[in-house]
Design a protein around this ligand. Structure first.
Ligand code: CU
Length: 230
């Protein structure tokens, strides 16, 4: 019994040390990927008249399906390195503010999603997923935060049954190498593993595109990815 315990402890220590070494090596040997995501098509931003909860929601809702910024940069695209391994405790935080999901796209690792209600009105979180159980839960105004679980990697659509225009996405990633493009279509992934990597770009309306890159240790590798209309 005593021997078994000792062996187990040693194994745990060795595994722990190996993981620590791997993490340190990754931190030192990694590079930055700077993705420039472009879209040549037209923006799709719908404006909807609102006549409910207008004191919080305003009188016009803007549904951002395809947001194109300066220099044809595509916003709200998730850039990731699907083949890379690693884990952090990055939990997702999604706010409901002004009857909008903020941010429009949340990226997290499998685990907890913190859902906030900053509006002082009733919202209803409704997710559409296949790998994870779907969530359909009222969040009354007094409930400022709910903690939900998304354990499986997947792109999850989020809506609110009280405010039909509310639309957001949660990307659950099995590794920590991800970013979301800003208003200019740019996303950065720090500390990506060096070597040949496949970069994947996902957009809620335009789908997925992949591109090969060579990540150099301690340097920034730029990659331009063009999304096409489906
Ligand atoms: Cu709502």
């Amino acid at each position: 019994m005593r021997k078994a315990l000792t062996t187990g402890t040693v194994l745990t220590l060795v595994t722990g040390a190996a993981m620590w070494l791997a993490a340190t090596a990754g931190a030192q040997g990694g590079g930055t990927i700077e993705a420039d995501v472009k879209y040549n098509g037209a923006a799709q931003v719908e404006k909807i008249k609102v006549n409910k909860d207008t004191e919080k929601c305003g009188t016009e809702a803007v549904v951002e399906k395809v947001v194109v910024g300066g220099n044809k940069g595509l916003a709200n695209a998730v850039v990731s390195v699907p083949g890379a391994k690693g884990a952090t405790a990055a939990k997702g935080v999604l706010d409901q503010h002004g009857c909008k999901f903020v941010p429009h796209v949340v990226v997290m690792q499998p685990g907890e999603l913190e859902v906030k209600n900053s509006d002082d009105i009733l919202h209803n979180l409704h997710t559409y997923s296949t790998a994870n159980p779907s969530i359909n839960k009222a969040q009354p105004k007094f409930k400022k935060t709910m903690t939900e679980k998304l354990e499986k990697p997947e792109f999850v659509k989020v809506t609110c049954d009280v405010h039909s225009w509310m639309l957001g996405w949660v990307a659950v990633m099995p590794h920590p190498f991800f970013g979301v493009t800003d208003a200019n279509g740019v996303a950065k992934i720090e500390n990506a593993p060096a070597g040949k990597q496949t970069v994947e770009v996902w957009h809620e309306t335009l789908g997925k595109v992949t591109k090969e890159v060579e990540v150099k240790p301690g340097a920034t590798t730029k990659v331009t990815v063009e999304m096409v209309k489906k």
